[in-house]
Design a protein around this ligand. Structure first.
Ligand code: GLU
Length: 499
């Protein structure tokens, strides 16, 4: 199916593989994916690795792992292929070289032999004259003889676009409408470098054309280069895809673009995740992250913020994308993640918790995991919080401090007495179910002249080693009577030993 244009919808996500995907990159991928799915189109993954200086050989696998985690599967691209491949730019160099030379041959671009020293000098002179920096187009007016002379010497060259010197370039953006640029402000940018690698400007045009891309969705950072791109499209006489420049994600305080070099802070001064892998490791659910990102820069409508991807696909026709950059409301993500966690079936949540618990060094007993999961389901906002909360259920060792065992308005002797009395009462219960334990412990507290909270606090410390835990008696039931009695006795002995 196609949208309002006559072409089948083909949208590409074209990241440069420089490490794990930035959360803003994931949002670009998400919007492209939703748009392609909405129109029953094709979502293409293309790897833009022509900047060899920044090349990281593990980055492709990291990137595809992030997209798969997020559920944004591509229909054509690396790892799966497709009829327009290869989908990695460093494997497509002959195309860029061919079209760069075609542009030179047709008078739309030119060879520039200037050395980097000369360009540096030109810029220094411009700076001294308080002019904006940029290449002075020296080679644009070389005569055929001068060119032949340089070729005979075998001088290295780059290929530069011959931009119009006056007038205006008007470019259309589906989100922003027409954007007008004065040609006099534009540079003759490099299209092909002296090592035969293209710059982004040429490579994306050639690939979007050869891959029959109908919609080019990319970050708004590329808008200033759009007049150059429009000129390249025109010079090659190719039909330009519809362009959509997406707004960027700003820090939660609305200031500055989210950057991994300078990670943003939440209101407590904690660094906020920026890379998709940070979210994966931080225990966020992909469905929550994706739902959250859909709300940044796009509105589902009807005042709804929570929806399934299927519902989003039905509505994502490219309208209602807001051109304004938007802040990244990280607290909302935590809240949303908590909601998604609560919505998971217990077994599914347990399955997702397991790797986080194992990573914390715990050996997981499936039966206990399934029992404790519902107890923390309401309390955690991320999967990674679980280890600190329920580690004591899986670990044989807990850390006990004598001071934390002694509750407010209690002393050491009173605490020992309470622990031993609880031990005996729990040992003689007919059944260790939580709803049998609780009334017994309340009655015991009264008998000992304690508040229930005092006795429960001591017991909680003794059996969990923590001040905060899932509901005490349910937890004790999961731990089982033997282990609870052993831990309670160990706590009493510890207090005995510190007299
Ligand atoms: N490789 C470019 C980047 O990662 C992609 C821009 C585009 O989507 O065209 O910024």
């Amino acid at each position: 199916m196609s949208d309002s244009t006559h072409r089948p919808v083909r949208v590409r996500f074209a990241p440069s593989p420089t490490g794990s995907l930035h959360i803003g990159g994931l949002r670009t991928a998400l919007f492209g994916w939703l748009f392609a799915r909405h129109y029953d189109g094709t979502f293409i993954l293309r790897i833009e690795d022509t900047d060899q200086k920044r090349f990281d050989p593990t980055a492709l696998a990291t990137l595809t792992e992030a997209l798969r985690w997020a559920g944004l599967m591509w229909d054509e691209g690396p790892e799966i292929g497709g009829e327009y491949g290869p989908y990695v730019q460093s494997e497509r160099l002959e195309h860029y070289q061919k079209w760069a030379h075609w542009l030179v041959d047709h008078g739309k671009a030119y060879r520039c032999y200037c050395t980097s020293e000369r360009i540096k000098e030109v810029n220094e002179q411009k700076q001294a004259r308080k002019e904006p920096p940029g290449y002075d187009r020296f080679c644009r007016s070389l005569t055929p003889d001068q060119i032949a002379e340089r070729e005979a010497q075998g001088l290295p060259f780059v290929i530069r676009m011959k931009m119009p010197l006056d007038g205006k370039t008007v470019v259309q953006d589906m989100i922003r409408g027409d954007v007008e640029f004065e040609n006099s402000t534009q540079q003759d940018m490099v299209l092909l470098k002296s090592d035969g690698f293209p710059t982004y400007h040429l490579a994306y045009v050639v690939d979007d054309h050869l891959m029959a891309i109908s919609h080019t969705m990319r970050a708004v950072e590329w808008l200033p280069s759009f007049p150059l791109h429009a000129q390249i499209w025109q010079a090659l006489d190719w039909e330009m895809p519809i362009h959509m420049h997406l707004p960027v994600l700003l820090n939660p305080n609305g200031k500055g673009k989210i950057s991994k070099r300078k990670p943003p802070m939440d209101k407590y001064g904690n660094a906020i995740p920026v890379l998709v892998h940070d979210f994966m490791d931080g225990g966020y659910l992909p469905e929550a992250v994706i739902n959250f990102l859909s709300n940044i820069g796009w509105a589902f409508g009807d005042d709804r913020e929570i929806f399934t991807m299927q519902e989003a696909i039905e509505r994502f026709d490219g309208t209602r994308i807001n051109p304004a950059n938007s802040a990244f409301p990280v607290e909302k993500l935590e809240w949303l993640n908590g909601l998604y966690i609560r919505d998971l079936p217990t077994e599914e949540l347990a399955r997702r918790l397991r790797p986080f618990l194992e990573q914390a060094g715990l050996t997981i007993d499936e039966d206990r995991l399934l029992k404790v999961t519902p107890l923390i389901q309401e309390r955690i906002k991320t999967l990674s919080e679980a280890a600190a909360m329920v580690g004591f259920i899986f670990s044989g060792e807990i850390q006990l401090g004598p001071q934390t065992l002694i509750q407010k308005k209690m002393d050491r002797e009173g605490t020992i007495r309470a622990l031993r009395a609880a031990h005996d009462a729990l040992a003689s219960l007919p059944d260790f179910a939580h709803d049998i334990q609780e009334p017994a412990m309340r009655a015991l507290a009264e008998e000992l002249g304690l508040k229930a909270g005092q006795l429960f606090g001591t017991l909680r410390q003794a059996v969990t080693g923590q001040t905060i835990s899932p509901p005490l008696f349910e937890t004790m039931e999961i731990l089982g009577r033997d282990l609870c009695l052993t831990r309670i006795e160990a706590a009493a002995s510890l207090l005995d030993s510190v007299s």
